[in-house]
Write a protein that binds this ligand. Structure first.
Ligand SMILES: *Cc1c(COP(=O)(O)O)cnc(C)c1O
Length: 399
């Protein structure tokens, strides 16, 4: 049965991964974070909790997800390519793993109301889904501009019974929604659980969310040992905040023979995309120290790339640490390369990937000359149905 694993890079008691991470929050939030941390530490390795979690992950999410041998890709690339099929989860991505487990913790802590921020709406929809399933009150904070751009996801959340609040400050996008959510949390911490969507935020969130998503790596490790009788040479995942990547890497980081590769969205042309490690610098936002896209004066810049789910201008602090220690190799993929990989997987395997996941696929495709005969696992973090209209727009623009 899945139980999280202590990593060598686990943070210290104050949530530091090297110089990164921490707990940079208003004083009024400290008791709430300490309450969450001490609760989490009581269940982190608790068999009863994980038995209940295991049952829900199986019955509601549909886990374990397949480790799919992509025969057509493998033949084309002369390697052995496996896809970890998080796209087959209920609601179509890995996000549901984290959301279900945080909501379960909220329930055990006696919190009746969950709040979340959302950018394009994917984390908001996952949160509203689980709130309906577990009978919790749910309120979502979303940038006013994002609400216009993602009308259908706003409707989905409302349909699922959630209330959606427009964040009207700043650029009216994800970082503003996060600020509003934190403000709400400060005022109602007693009955409210703040459900963060990736491996970011103040301690203990980055560690906790990585633990939750590490079910991806836990399963993939067993599955590849069963299929190949050995560990993979490469595991590769896209990085927005970094949760699907951290979850996959968690069970391979200690193996020197396995190379972990994280792919940021490089955007297109001269802008920095959402590549916080490549183009960003160290700063503090949303309760943590990490890498951010920011101006010389420390103003956070809006991320610009083709996939909404990678559009966070920062990255989780554990990734910043892995990057600084060279434990994981990071690279970027451009919008056009991701689009090509989107079409490539669709036509080669009959699987339409999320644009986010297409970044990881594109990296393997681009580096095909170096992966001969290697065993590769790519995290297919989500399905691409949500992206089809957008891709159609881009492809007709090109012609
Ligand atoms: C949200 C999302 C991502 C990016 O989030 P991470 O925390 O970096 O995993 C990647 N893929 C899909 C399908 C997503 O919905």
């Amino acid at each position: 049965m899945f139980v999280p694993k202590k990593l060598r890079s686990d943070p210290d008691e104050r949530g530091h991964f090297g110089i990164f991470g921490g707990r940079f929050v208003p004083e009024t939030l400290m008791p709430t974070l300490l309450e969450l941390e001490s609760f989490y530490l009581t269940i982190r390795f608790d068999e009863d909790f994980w038995e209940e979690a295991h049952e829900l992950l199986h019955r509601y999410v549909g886990r374990p997800s397949l480790l799919y041998f992509a025969q057509n890709l493998s033949e084309e690339l002369g390697a052995r390519i496996y896809l970890k099929r998080e796209d087959l989860n209920h609601t179509g991505s890995h996000k549901i793993n984290n959301v279900l487990l945080q909501a379960l913790i909220a329930k055990h802590m006696g919190k009746k109301r969950i709040i979340a921020e959302t950018g394009a709406g994917q984390h908001g929809v996952a949160t509203a889904t689980i709130a309906a399933f577990l009978g919790l009150e749910c309120e979502i904070f979303m940038g006013a501009k994002d609400m216009q751009r993602q009308e259908l996801n706003v409707f989905r959340m409302q349909l699922l019974g959630a209330k959606v609040h427009a964040a009207t400050s700043g650029s009216q996008t994800l970082k503003d929604a996060m600020n509003e959510a934190i403000r709400d949390w400060v005022s109602r911490a007693r009955d409210t659980f703040y459900l963060i969507g990736t491996v970011a935020g103040p301690h203990p969130y980055p560690m906790m969310v990585r633990d939750f998503q590490s079910i991806i790596g836990y399963e993939a490790r067993q599955q590849i040992l069963h299929a190949e009788g050995r560990l993979p040479d490469i595991v590769c995942a896209c990085v927005g905040g970094g949760s699907n990547a951290a979850g996959l890497f968690a069970h391979f980081l200690d193996d020197k023979a396995v190379q972990c590769i994280g792919i940021e969205a490089g955007g297109q042309g001269k802008d920095a995309g959402a590549a916080s490690l490549k183009y960003g610098s160290v700063g503090i936002l949303h309760g943590q120290m990490s890498y951010y896209l920011q101006t010389d004066e420390g103003q956070i810049e809006e991320a610009q790339c083709i996939s909404a789910g990678l559009d966070y201008p920062g990255i989780g602090p554990e990734h910043a640490y892995w990057f600084s220690q060279k434990l994981v190799h990071y690279d970027t993929i451009s919008d056009n390369e991701a689009l090509e990989a989107f079409v490539w997987l669709s036509q080669k395997e009959g699987i339409i990937p999320a644009l986010e996941s297409s970044h990881a696929l594109a990296y393997i495709y681009k580096n095909r000359a170096t992966i001969h005969d290697k065993v590769v696992i790519i995290c297919l973090s989500g399905r691409g149905d949500k992206d089809v209209a957008q891709v159609k727009g881009h492809l007709s623009e090109e012609n």
